[in-house]
Ligand binder design. Structure first.
Ligand code: ADP
Ligand code: MG
Length: 255
C-alpha cells in the first residue's frame, strides 16, 4: 500500500481491496475485495445504495483509513483534494479566508496566496463574495466555495463524496455543469460519489455501480453519450437510455 506511482499509469489502482469494521455486535463487511483502475484525467462516477461502502472506498483511496487487505496505489495523493457533502467552511472566516486555508497550511507566502484565491473564487463565479461570511450565503454558494478551496491547491486528483447531495435539483444541475467546465479546463482525475442516477449519467465518462454491503462492483462501463455535455443533453433520448441502464444495474446490485 502506498502513494507511489502506479506501474500501469493509472491514477488509482486497487487490487483486492477489502474492508471490515469491528462493531460491538460483530464484524461489518463493508467492502468485498475490489479490483479497480482509474485512468488519469478521467471523470468516474461511483454509484451505489446507501451504506454500500462508497465513502469507505473514497477514504481508503485518500489514505484517510487503511484497507483490511489488498493493495492501493494512488499516483497523485500528494496533489489530492477531497470535497464532502457538507461545505465545512469555517464560519469565522470570509470566503477568501476559507479558500486561502490550504495554502496557508502549506506555508505559501501571503504575496502568492491572494492571487491564487482570487483565481479559485473566479473559477466558481464567487469573485464578488470574497469578503462575505459563509452564513450570508446560500447552500449552493457555500458548496462552490468548498470547491474553490479544493481547487486552489491545483489538485491532480479530486475525490468528491456526494458533494451536491444536499442541494436542490436546479442548483445541483448548475454545479454539475460548472464542475464539468472546470474539469474540461484543468483535466484532473475525478472520482465522484453520488446516489443520483441522472447526476452520474450527466457527469461521468465511466460509471461504476456498487452492490449493497459488502460493496462490490456490479457494473462498470464507459458512457455511451457522445458530444458536449450541455444542459440540453438531459432532455435527449440517449441520456434517458443511459440513465435507465444505470438504474437497472443499481437495482440488480440492491437485491
Ligand atoms: P456509503 O458511503 O456507501 O453510504 P459507508 O462507506 O459510509 O457507505 O459505510 C459502509 C458500511 O460500513 C456501513 O454499514 C457503515 O455503517 C459501516 N461503517 C462505515 N464506517 C464505519 C466505522 N468507522 N466503524 C464501523 N462501521 C462503519
Ligand atoms: Mg457515504
Amino acid at each position: 500500500m502506498g502513494s507511489r506511482g502506479s506501474e500501469s499509469g493509472a491514477a488509482i489502482a486497487l487490487r483486492g481491496v477489502h474492508k471490515r469494521y469491528s462493531a460491538p455486535d460483530g464484524v461489518i463487511e463493508a467492502l468485498a475485495p475490489i479490483d479497480l483502475e482509474i485512468a488519469e484525467g478521467s471523470f468516474v462516477a461511483l454509484v451505489g445504495p446507501s451504506g454500500c461502502g462508497k465513502s469507505t472506498l473514497l477514504r481508503i483511496v485518500a489514505g484517510l483509513e487503511p484497507p483490511s487487505g489488498g493493495e492501493v496505489v494512488v499516483r497523485d495523493r500528494a496533489r489530492m483534494a477531497y470535497v464532502f457533502q457538507d461545505a465545512h467552511l469555517l464560519p469565522w472566516r470570509t470566503l477568501a479566508g476559507n479558500v486561502a486555508l490550504p495554502l496557508e497550511l502549506r506555508g505559501e507566502p501571503r504575496s502568492r496566496i491572494d492571487a491564487q484565491v482570487a483565481e479559485a473564487l473566479a473559477a466558481v463565479e464567487l469573485s464578488g463574495f470574497a469578503d462575505s461570511y459563509p452564513a450570508a450565503l446560500s447552500g449552493g454558494m457555500r458548496m462552490r466555495a468548498s470547491i474553490a478551496r479544493a481547487l486552489v491547491t491545483k489538485p491532480r486528483l479530486l475525490l468528491m463524496d456526494e458533494p451536491f447531495g444536499a442541494l436542490d435539483e436546479i442548483t445541483r444541475n448548475r454545479l454539475d455543469e460548472r464542475l464539468l467546465a472546470l474539469f474540461g479546463a484543468q483535466r484532473f482525475t475525478v472520482l465522484f460519489v453520488t446516489h443520483g442516477i441522472f447526476e452520474a449519467t450527466f457527469l461521468a465518462e465511466r460509471a461504476i455501480v456498487m452492490s449493497r454491503r459488502p460493496g462490490r462492483v456490479v457494473h462498470d462501463a464507459p458512457s455511451a453519450l457522445v458530444g458536449e455535455r450541455t444542459a440540453e443533453l438531459r432532455g435527449e433520448a440517449a441520456f434517458a437510455r443511459e440513465a435507465h441502464e444505470l438504474a437497472r444495474a443499481l437495482e440488480r446490485g440492491s437485491r
